[in-house]
Ligand binder design. Structure first.
Ligand SMILES: C=C(O[C@@H]1C=C(C(=O)O)C=C[C@H]1O)C(=O)O
Length: 496
């Protein structure tokens, strides 16, 4: 990717901005190929959530990811270039090719060195590589380079503005637009965000299950039998409920609420540009790569939190001591280490995998958690690793292929983005992908011609909430059902 050094802050000097865009256009003419002009700079602290609130629209692609523990957040709005793969096993490769060719045709300038600055590609994948088109408005893979990107890491804040330039674009208009975009963004006040208010007091809702919870229990019983017959070792069965909202869904309110309730989770949202949103608070990182260091979470095995410290401690200890939970967890560790080893990554040393799982304690639930670390050589692309890892036995089962076939047999809804990878890659081999669990798909109900707001009090917004639980030999169907209910209740409280 060519980098044009610049002493001036292009976005404080119109002539410099024009000159840079003219250089990019010249390259577009010479190469007979549109070029992406990418300008990155450090800006005074801005809240990415406030930028999302100001600029996200149903008609724009957007992406938001917050890691409260690391005090990091990134918002990406609208696309300069994008790629959509409707289905296919090669979807990860096709996104990788899109990222590669976009980087080749990008001319970057400004502050590109600090972590979290510069070019990022935002990606979402559905759980299955052939999502059903009626019920999943998200394609098998989507990646985009945003028009506006704002990232915050501790107290530093970076803005990137990306523009796709054709050889015959009107440079005066384009340069004016980029100038205005910058002015708009830096004048968005961070205190524009609404005061945090628990949402369940604001929003009434009507709820109905896509299938009865009874069906979940029946499926769990059948799956336990199949495991007894040695057809497979583990399956993660999910349940979904649909909720109709009485007041319009408010994306920023829900994100604030999730962040307040789950400070140790990754808070995320993405919009498909047609009004569908996917939002949640996931405790599970599928892939984090910073400066050649990889970390991936094995997260499986769960217990509720106790009502008193004593009860909590007893539940935690029982979770750590349970052979069944440790087996469920071990299947995930084994799968991940095998994937990494197949890619030539070294996970054989003591530092890579702790002997005993940690506990990850969230406000409503606790999990067995093993972070797995290793170095990544520069020739292994993050999307190559992702393609191997998804879906792990934490969300599918073991062996992977049989578990996926069985999920389709037992579940009567399309998983869409649920339990699938969501995240970003940059142009330096860094990446952050989470697993889209503890999540919901928000969409608008098609309104009938007879719709009358005075007689129909619903907002027209619907939410489909998902929750899953891992089933292994020795699972108790009632306990798995209770885990699903616990997870769904937590989402209901946070989202609607
Ligand atoms: C599948 C989900 O969670 C997964 C299942 C877990 C379990 O069964 O113990 C724990 C964490 C996640 O890996 C979900 O929350 O929907």
């Amino acid at each position: 990717m060519p980098v044009v050094p610049s002493d001036a802050n292009l976005l404080q000097d119109r002539r410099e901005l024009y000159r840079f865009l003219a250089t990019c256009q010249q390259v577009a003419v010479e190469k007979q190929c549109p070029q992406i002009a990418s300008i990155s700079l450090e800006v005074p602290p801005l809240d990415p959530l406030a930028i999302l609130q100001a600029l996200a629209r149903p008609s724009r692609l957007y992406f938001y990811l917050e890691n409260g523990g690391e005090q990091e957040a990134i918002a990406a709005i609208d696309s300069a270039v994008e790629c959509e793969v409707s289905r296919g096993k090669d979807r990860f490769d096709r996104v990788r090719e899109f990222v590669r060719s976009s980087q080749k045709n990008t001319i970057a300038t400004g502050l590109l060195d600090p972590p979290f600055s510069g070019l990022h590609f935002f990606c979402s994948f559905t759980f299955f590589d052939d999502p059903s088109s009626e019920s999943s408005p998200f394609p098998a893979a989507r990646a985009f380079l945003p028009r506006w990107q704002i990232s915050r890491s501790q107290n530093r804040c970076f803005l990137a503005i990306n523009t796709c330039l054709q050889s015959d674009d009107d440079l005066d208009r384009l340069s004016e637009r980029v100038w205005q975009d910058y002015q708009n963004i830096i004048h968005i006040p961070s205190n524009a965000l609404p005061q945090f208010e628990p949402l369940h007091r604001l929003n009434g809702f009507k709820k109905f299950s896509i299938e009865q919870l009874r069906n979940f229990k029946e499926s769990a019983i059948a799956a336990i039998d199949a495991i007894g017959d040695r057809q497979f070792h583990k399956i993660v069965l999910a349940h979904a409920i649909d909720v109709t909202l009485k007041t319009p869904f408010n994306l920023v309110h829900s994100l604030q609420n999730l962040s307040e309730l789950y400070p140790d989770c990754y808070i995320f949202a993405t919009g498909n540009g047609r009004g569908d949103r996917f939002i949640g608070a996931s405790p599970e990182r599928l892939l984090g790569i910073r400066n050649g260091q990889l970390v991936t979470d094995a997260l499986a095995g769960s217990a509720p939190r106790g009502r008193t410290p004593r009860e909590d401690e007893a539940l935690a200890q029982a979770l750590l001591d349970s052979e069944k939970e440790r087996h469920e967890h071990r299947l995930v560790i084994d799968f991940i280490t095998e994937c990494l080893q197949q890619l030539g990554l070294n996970v054989a040393n003591n530092r890579a995998i702790p002997l005993v799982p940690h506990l990850l304690q969230l406000s409503n639930i606790q999990h067995l958690w093993t972070p797995i670390r290793t170095d990544v050589p520069a020739n292994v692309h993050p999307l190559e690793i992702l393609a191997r890892l998804h879906p792990t036995p934490a969300v599918a089962g073991s062996p992977q292929q049989t578990a996926c076939e069985q999920i389709r047999h037992y579940e009567r809804f399309d998983r869409g983005l649920y339990a699938a990878p969501l995240g970003w890659v940059d142009d330096r081999g860094n990446a952050e992908f989470i697993v889209g669990i503890r999540s919901a798909w928000i969409h608008s109900k098609p309104q009938s011609p007879a719709f009358n707001a005075s007689t129909n009090p619903d907002s027209g917004d619907r939410a489909r909430l998902y929750a899953g639980a891992g089933i292994v030999a020795g699972s108790d169907p009632d306990k798995e059902l209770a885990e699903i209910q616990l997870k769904l209740q937590a989402l209901l409280k946070a989202l609607v």
